[in-house]
Design a protein around this ligand. Sequence first.
Ligand code: ADP
Ligand code: MG
Length: 729
Amino acid sequence: MIKYKPDYNLLAATKYVVNGEKREGPMDVEKIFGENTFGLEEMQSRLPKSVFKSIIATIEHGEVIDAGIADTVALAMKEWAVERGATHFTHWFQPLTGSTAEKHDSFITPNKGGGAIAQFSGTDLIQGEPDASSFPSGGLRATFEARGYTAWDPTSPAFIIENKKGSYLAIPTAFASWTGVALDHKIPLLRSMEALDKQARRVLELFDVKGVTKVMSTVGCEQEYFLIDEEYFYRRPDLMSTGRTVLGAKPPRGQQLDDHYFGSIPDRVLTCMLEAEKELYRLGVPVKTRHNEVAPSQYEIAPIFETSNIAADHQQLTMHILQRVARHHGLVCLLHEKPFAGINGSGKHNNWSIGTSNGMNLLEPGDNPHDNMQFLFFCTAVIRAVYKHQDLLRLSVASAGNDHRLGANEAPPAIMSVFLGDQLEDVFEQLTKGPAKSSKQAGLLGLGVPSLPDIPLHAGDRNRTSPFAFTGNKFEFRAVGSAQTVSFVNAVLNTIVAESLDEMAGMLEKKLDGKRGIKNLEAAVGDVLRSVIKQSKKIIFGGDNYADSWHEEAEKRGLLNLKTTVDALAKLNDSKNVKLFKKYGVLSPTEVESRFEIWFEQYVMRLLIEAETTLTMARTMVLPAAVHYFTEMSEAVASGTRLKIKNTGLRKAAGDLGKLIEDLQSAIVKLDKASSSISDGHIDTQALYCRDKVLPAMQLVRAACDKLELVVAESSWPLPTYREMLFVK
Ligand code: ADP
Ligand code: MG
C-alpha cells in the first residue's frame, strides 16, 4: 500500500528557485500535505513500536485489528486532534443515501472536581452508535431494532475538518446493523477488495510470481462540477431543492463556440479552486489536475490514484470540500449530473486498475513475454467481467440525475462496451484465431511466444465515446455520475473481475494439471485466453458509441441496452447477481434486497420532489409573471383600439401569449394529477410510474415555461436565466 503513496513532489509546483535563492509560492504543498490527517507518519511518531506494527499489519496485510491496542491509538489520536483545536469527534460513514453522515460528540467529560477533561477511549474509537433509524435500510431493520453501529476502519486515516470557529476529528467508519448487515457503501467495497485480492493472488501464483503479499484495486476519479454565483442559486428554488434547473430556456449562446474547454480559468474561480485544493492537500487528498470543461462554468478536478477504499473516501471529501469552499467565494458548486438542460452535464470518470503490494500494475503491458502473458490474462478477465455483468455495471451508475446524461450525445450510452484501441483489439482478434502469426510491426513488443500475439507498447489511441475504455495501463469507466459515490461502482468492478479471475484460474489449473514450466504455462494460458475471448468478444467495440448505427449493431450483438434507472435497477436482484455477490461474500441476498428497495425509493423520492418543485415554480413564479405581462399587453391592445391606433401586431402577440398561458395552465393540471395519483404499489412499480407518467408531465410544464421565458418581459421574469447563471463569473 505504501507503494501507492502519491509522489508529493509532483504536487509541489509552488516551490521555485530564483537566482539560486529558494522561494516559496503561496502554498508549500510538501509541508501541508496530509497535515490534517492522522496518517502513518503521525502514528509512527506517536505510538509505541508494537502498536504501530500492529496497525501496519491491519492496513497493509489486511489483518484483523487487535482490539487490545484501541485505547493506545485513541489516546494518541485524541492528543493529536486536540493539539489541532478539535473539540469534538465523529464517526464518519457512508449510508446508502450516497452521501456521508456524521454525528458529533464532544471530547469533554465532567470530572469529580466539577471541572471537565477531554476524554476519548478505545471504545469511542472502535465503535459508535448513531441513531440508525433515520438512515435508509430497505426494511432491514424493523423500527424496534433500529440500532446500527459504526466501526472504525483503520485502513482509512482519520482527519480534521476545520472552520473559523473550531474543528472536529472525523474517523472513517463502516456502518452495520447489530446483526452484521451492511447498511453502508464502505463494507461491500472492503469485502470486494478482499475477493479480488484472493483471486488475483491465486492467478499470480499460477504465473509463479513471488513477493506479492496483497493485491488491491486502485482508483482515480476525475470529478466534473459547475460553479455559479451564489445569488442566482438562492433565487432558484429548483437548484436549491433538486440540484438542477427544472425550468429554463437555452441561452442564445450555449457551448456552441467550444471556447470554454481548456480556456483560461476566471480569477474568482481560480481563487476558489486554489483554496479547495489547499484544503484537500491538508486532508491528504492528492489532487493533481484542474481545468475548464466543455460547458460554460464547468470545471474538473482529478487526483492521483490510490487504493480504492481510500480513493472512495477521498472522493467524498473532494465533493464535500468543493461545496464548502465555493461558499467562501460567493459561489455554489453544483454536482448534479445535469444542472442545465441543453448544456453538457457532469460525469465522474472512474479510472480503475489492479496493483500489488510490491508496486506492480497488473494492467500494465510488460516488457517481456512472461509479463505480457500475465497482462493479457488480467485484461481478458476484465473484458469477460464487463461482458458477463453489463447489467451490474449499468446499474452501478443508475440514478435519476444520470438518466439525463447517459445516452445523450455527451456521455456514453446506456449500452456497455469495452474499448481497447486498434492495436490491442487486433491482439485479441489474433488470439481468437489460434496461435498468432507473430507479425512484428514497429512499436510492437515481441512476445516471442508462438501461441500469443505481440502487444503494442502504448495503446495510445483514445475513444472518448466509450463507456469503458482501456487507457494504456488502466480502464476508465466513464458512465459514472458526477454526484454519486464511487464505492458501489468499484465494489461491482472488483467483484465481477474477481469472479472472472476465479473462473479463469480454475480453467488454467485444469489445463496445467499440476505441470509446471514456462512452456506448459504458455500453452495453457493461450488456450484459456482463446476460449474466454471467443465467448466475450461481443463486448469489444472501437467505433463511435454516440452513433445510431451502434445502437442497432449492439442490439444485433445481443448486448443490453438498459436505458433508464428503472430498467437498470430492476436487474439488481436477478438470481445471477444475487448469487455472484453471495459467492464472493460482498453482499448477502438480504443486503441485495435492501439496496433494491432503497435505490428505487430514492429514485421515486427524487422524482416526486422534482415534480413538486416544478409545480410550485410554475404556479407561483412563472404563471403570475406571464399573467402580469399578459395584462399589460392586453391593456395596451385595449388602449390602441380606444385611441384607434393600429394594433394588429400587438393583438396577435397578446393572443399568442394568451395561448401559451393556456398551455401552461393545462400542463400544470396534468402534472398535478400525475404526481398526486401515484399508487401504493411496490416501489419498483411506483418508479415505473414516475418515469412514464410524472417525468413526461414535468417535461410538458417545462416546455410551456421555457416558451414563455422567451416572450415575457425580462423585467417581470422572476428567475435568473441560463445566460446569467452560466456566463456571469
Ligand atoms: P486522462 O488522459 O484521462 O486525463 P490521466 O493519466 O491524467 O488520464 O489520469 C486520469 C486519472 O487516472 C487520474 O486520476 C490518475 O491518477 C488515474 N490513474 C492513473 N493510473 C491509474 C491506475 N493504475 N489505477 C487507477 N487510476 C489511475
Ligand atoms: Mg479521463
